[in-house]
Design a protein around this ligand. Structure first.
Ligand SMILES: Nc1ncnc2c1ncn2[C@@H]1O[C@H](COP(=O)(O)OP(=O)(O)OP(=O)(O)O)[C@@H](O)[C@H]1O
Ligand SMILES: [Mg+2]
Length: 943
């Protein structure tokens, strides 16, 4: 590193030397805070004098040698080889053993040494350089003053360097020194930004140096030692284009070196400053350090002057961290305890005091527990969950009052649930005991209920719910609404423990779930009522209100999930996705990991209902990656079954099989997650040809759904699943019967459930009757937006045509199915199901259509032709495509001409897909314009 921005000072010193060389002696004192380049400047003076033919004697004083008489004078005389005669004459005075500060002897020593120096200077100019003169011994100081008084006719230049001290050792010396006319003071300060840029030029090209200079000046404050260390850090990082400073170990060490080279009081104040950070005022620091505010202020000024501080704070967090790290753990912890007390006495905010209490490992003060609790609340509000957990754990450790301990544990559980629900299980027993002992507030009891359910402690959950219901009149509005809102949830997901609770006498439990009294607007509508009684605008509005009216991460997931499912089962998947994104963004930005996992699971479920297998698989992975299986509690059944269904659809049977190795908690068997899981497992059995195993799983699903009063095909289409087993085992009559039963269920009228049922029914019908039913199924499934089920329906339709000897039509429908299946990576499955010879492989799907004439149809003609082929009237087509009947007729006329057919029945389904996957799918104009919903997963991914 070059020596920059010191030319003015060096010029002054050169001039002084020139004056002294004319026989007029001079004294210069270089002052400057730590590491501003005093020693470096002395070195530069020495070089200059050397070159100019003068003689340099130099000494560097140190705190350790301050009490050694004539220590610095000894260094001066020994710094160059002097004539033996001279050394003999002064030897006794600079011999450490013999030297004394006592009375006459010392005065004689001073006199003799001065005479010798004046004598040496007669020959050639003599320059005495004394570094760190603030630590010089008494004899040396006296000698220097003695000499100064005799300089007027001597060729002697004395250059001293000093760092300011909070309590100067030698104030008289300084006063005397500065009084003389031949004295000159040179003040050093840190480098300017331009100076920093000049130093940077030593490391990099001019242009980069200019770019980097502001950042390096900001961090180093222009202190050359710190700047030099930052250079080392940058070099250590290897070649880089970073326009920011690289702050590393060298910098941290340099900060400490800077402080240690100085007075111990400075390091001590720096420790206090690092500890109190934003709360550091001179008064508070003085109290912390048992010092005086004026003295502390002096140190702060000195540190600012040296470039270490800016506006009374460390310029970089790394500097502060290094200073804190410098304290040994015991001292640090004591200092934190003292800081906590001080800040508390000053009425500082809880988070600031809490940090010190934590670092001190607690404090036996009555206020400390409440303060930690307060600090935890603040931390949680700022989503610093780890800090909240730490505060609560410490508060709990310090607390011996049972109700208070219970409240602290409840808060702790709330925090932990956000990121790792498994951690909550350790509190379940103590919280249950607290509930029984009457130590738990109703609000905390509601939380306990959630955690008991999550971990499958169903009997305890029943007890907690009983307690909450009995205390209903005491519940605050939010808790009451939460309890009400979760009733639907309880019945649906925990039917063994909660079936029938709250049901109207004589009513079917499934139909009377959670009728809220409406006292709280955001309470979700009953999902099962939505399924059985249909969707109204009011229901959707209420669901959206529930999703939008709260910072949901702060409350339990039940009401949000109920609302999301309401939207999903009401066919409002776009809205459900929107809310998943909104909540996902909130969960992501607030580090609510559990929420992120749950929402990923919901997204996976939605994707599967839309037949988007890859997306379903991706979100299921995300859900399981975000939270390990033991954290999922009994809810593990949900992501697992989603993942299984996605993988089965994509024909990844080995991967699906591997999922069965996940250990399922026993308690899951009494929850709705069990039939969900069984159903997915059953499909894996079926795909692997294990028909009996599949049968057993599907039958159990049916049994449970019926027993639990949850026989809703939209939620659990176990009859359809059984029908598939019957079809596979060559029992179409049984399949027909059971699907017909499914079709008659009250909640089976929506497009998707009906479409799937008709697909299965079609496959179970006589070959001649199949086509119509399957076409109907295809239409419904297209309307529902489930691409996977549609691909399966088209596959079955292709088989049906094949069975009727309509090979061309069969082939074209097969192509549509394959094209569709390809988009959702289900082509392997379709290929297996399609009639041999009709399966259009990947290559074939991309190949030019065999029926060249079809490719000549315009998009509009294709859409009209497709709808006509599906059996729609011209009026219906016009309505669906928003065109007039006469436009439909014109399109059809052209289609007939191009395809060389005479009537619509000849159109069949032999129409090609357009490039966007529309064509056959383009029944609704909205679908034609926006073929399939696109996923905006950014929010979830960002979390
Ligand atoms: N003007 C400068 N330009 C470039 N580097 C410098 C400059 N001044 C000092 N340095 C470098 O900064 C570091 C500290 O300088 P120096 O030791 O001279 O400071 P000091 O004021 O004597 O410190 P202390 O107060 O600890 O005695 C050294 O590595 C030195 O080379
Ligand atoms: Mg120095």
């Amino acid at each position: 590193m070059g020596f920059v921005e010191r030319s003015r000072e060096l010029d002054i010193l050169r001039d002084l030397y020139a004056v002294c060389a004319t026989g007029r002696g001079r004294v210069a004192l270089i002052s400057g805070p730590g590491a501003t380049g005093k020693t470096e400047l002395l070195r530069a003076v020495a070089d200059h004098v050397d070159t100019a033919g003068g003689l340099v004697l130099s000494a560097a004083c140190s705190r350790a040698e301050r009490m050694l008489p004539a220590a610095a004078m000894g260094q001066l005389f020994n710094s160059v080889p002097l004539p033996t005669e001279v050394m003999r004459r002064i030897g006794a005075f600079i011999d450490l053993g013999a030297a004394t500060t006592e009375g006459d002897a010392d005065i004689r020593a001073v006199h003799v040494m001065c005479v010798e120096l004046l004598d040496i200077a007669r020959e050639r100019p003599l320059v005495l350089l004394v570094d760190d003169v603030e630590f010089a011994d008494e004899t040396t100081l006296r000698t220097l003053l003695y000499l100064q008084r005799r300089l007027t006719a001597a060729q002697i230049l004395v250059v001293l360097a000093e760092s300011p001290q909070p309590q100067p050792f030698n104030p008289e010396f300084r006063a005397e020194l500065t009084r003389q006319a031949c004295f000159c003071n040179i003040q050093l300060s840190p480098l300017s930004e331009a100076g920093v840029a000049e130093v940077l030029r030593g490391w990099t090209d001019d242009e980069t140096a200019l770019v980097l200079a502001p950042a390096y000046h900001r961090i180093s404050g222009g202190n050359p030692l710190l700047l030099h260390a930052l250079g080392e850090d940058r070099r250590a990082a290897g070649p880089t284009d970073a326009t920011e400073a690289i702050v590393g170990d060298q910098f941290r060490q340099a900060v400490l070196a800077c402080l240690r080279r100085w007075d111990p009081a400075i390091l001590e104040t720096a420790h206090g400053l690092a500890l109190l950070d934003d709360f550091a005022t001179p008064t508070l620091l003085a109290r912390l350090l048992d010092s005086r505010p004026a003295r502390v202020q002096w140190v702060l000024n000195a540190l600012t002057m040296s470039g270490l501080l800016d506006s009374g704070r460390f310029r970089h967090p790394a500097a502060r961290a290094a200073v804190l790290h410098d304290l040994d753990p015991d001292a640090l912890s004591k200092m934190h305890a003292r800081a906590a007390e001080l800040l508390h006495s000053e009425g500082a905010p809880a988070p600031a005091i809490g940090g010190h209490l934590l670092a001190a490992g607690g404090l036996a003060e009555p206020w400390a527990i409440a303060l930690l609790q307060d600090a935890a609340t603040h931390a949680l509000a700022e989503d610093r969950v780890d800090d909240a957990v730490e505060s609560l754990k410490l508060a709990h450790e310090m607390c011996h009052d049972a109700p208070r301990r219970a409240a602290l544990t409840a808060m702790l559980a709330d925090c932990q649930w956000r990121v790792s629900p498994a951690a909550v299980s350790q509190h379940l027993q103590s919280q249950r005991n607290a509930l029984r002992a009457g130590h738990l507030s109703e609000r905390h009891a509601a939380g306990l209920l959630r955690y008991q359910l999550w971990h499958g402690h169903l009997e305890d959950a029943q007890e907690t719910l009983r307690h909450l219901r009995e205390a209903r009149h005491q519940l605050d509005a939010t808790t009451a609404a939460e309890v009400d809102g979760c009733a639907d949830w309880l019945r649906l997901y925990f039917p063994v423990a909660f079936a029938g609770r709250g049901a109207a006498p004589g009513a079917t439990p499934a139909l009377t779930l959670a009728r809220t009294d409406g006292s709280f607007g955001w309470v979700t509508p009953s999902l099962t009522a939505v399924l059985t009684e249909g969707v109204t605008d009011e229901v959707i509005a209420r669901a959206e209100q529930a999703l939008g009216s709260h910072m949901l991460v702060d409350v339990g997931p039940e009401s949000a999930l109920c609302a999301l499912q309401t939207l999903v089962y009401a066919g409002r998947t776009d809205q459900a996705v929107h809310w998943c994104d909104v909540l996902g963004a909130e969960a992501g930005s607030r580090g609510a990991n559990t929420w992120h996992a749950i929402l990923s699971d919901v997204r996976s479920h939605i994707a599967l209902r839309q037949g988007d297998l890859p997306l379903g698989e991706r979100f299921a992975h995300e859900a399981l990656d975000a939270m390990s299986p033991h954290n999922w509690g009994v809810a593990i059944g949900s992501p697992l079954s989603n993942m299984l269904l996605a993988k089965i659809g994509m024909d990844k049977l080995d991967e699906a099989k591997a999922l069965l190795r996940y250990v399922i908690p026993d308690a899951m068997r009494d929850t709705w997650f069990w039939p969900l899981y069984l159903r997915a497992r059953g499909h894996l059995h079926l795909a692997g040809g294990r028909v009996h195993a599949a049968l057993a799983d599907f039958e159990t699903c049916g049994q449970l759904a019926t027993e639990w009063g949850m026989d809703l095909p939209t939620l659990l289409p176990w009859r359809g699943d059984l029908a598939q087993v019957y079809l596979r085992s060559g029992r179409p009559d049984m399949a027909r019967k059971i699907v017909t039963e499914q079709l008659s269920r009250p909640d089976a009228q929506n497009a998707r459930t009906r479409g799937i049922s008709l697909r299965l029914l079609g496959s179970a019908l006589d070959v001649k009757q199949r086509v119509n039913t399957l076409r109907q199924a295809a239409n419904l499934l297209q309307e529902s937006g489930d691409r996977f089920q549609l691909a399966l329906a088209l596959t079955a339709l292709s088989r049906a045509h094949y069975g009727r000897g309509e090979f061309n039509t069969s082939r074209v429908v097969a192509r549509s199915a394959t094209q569709l299946a390809k988009d959702i990576q289900a082509q392997a499955l379709c290929r297996r199901l399609l009639p041999s010879g009709e399966a259009a492989g990947d290559d074939e799907a991309d190949a030019p259509p065999e029926h060249e004439e079809m490719s000549r149809l315009s998009d509009a003609e294709q859409r009209v032709a497709t709808l006509a082929a599906l059996g729609h009237t011209n009026r219906e087509i016009g309505k669906k495509l928003y065109i007039t009947v006469s436009t439909v007729e014109q399109h059809l006329t052209r289609v007939y001409r191009k395809l060389n057919v005479r009537r619509r029945t000849e159109l069949s389904l032999g129409l090609p897909m357009d490039s966007a996957g529309a064509g056959l799918l383009a029944v609704a104009p909205s679908s034609a314009e926006r073929p399939w919903p696109q996923w905006d997963s950014a929010a979830i991914q960002a979390s």
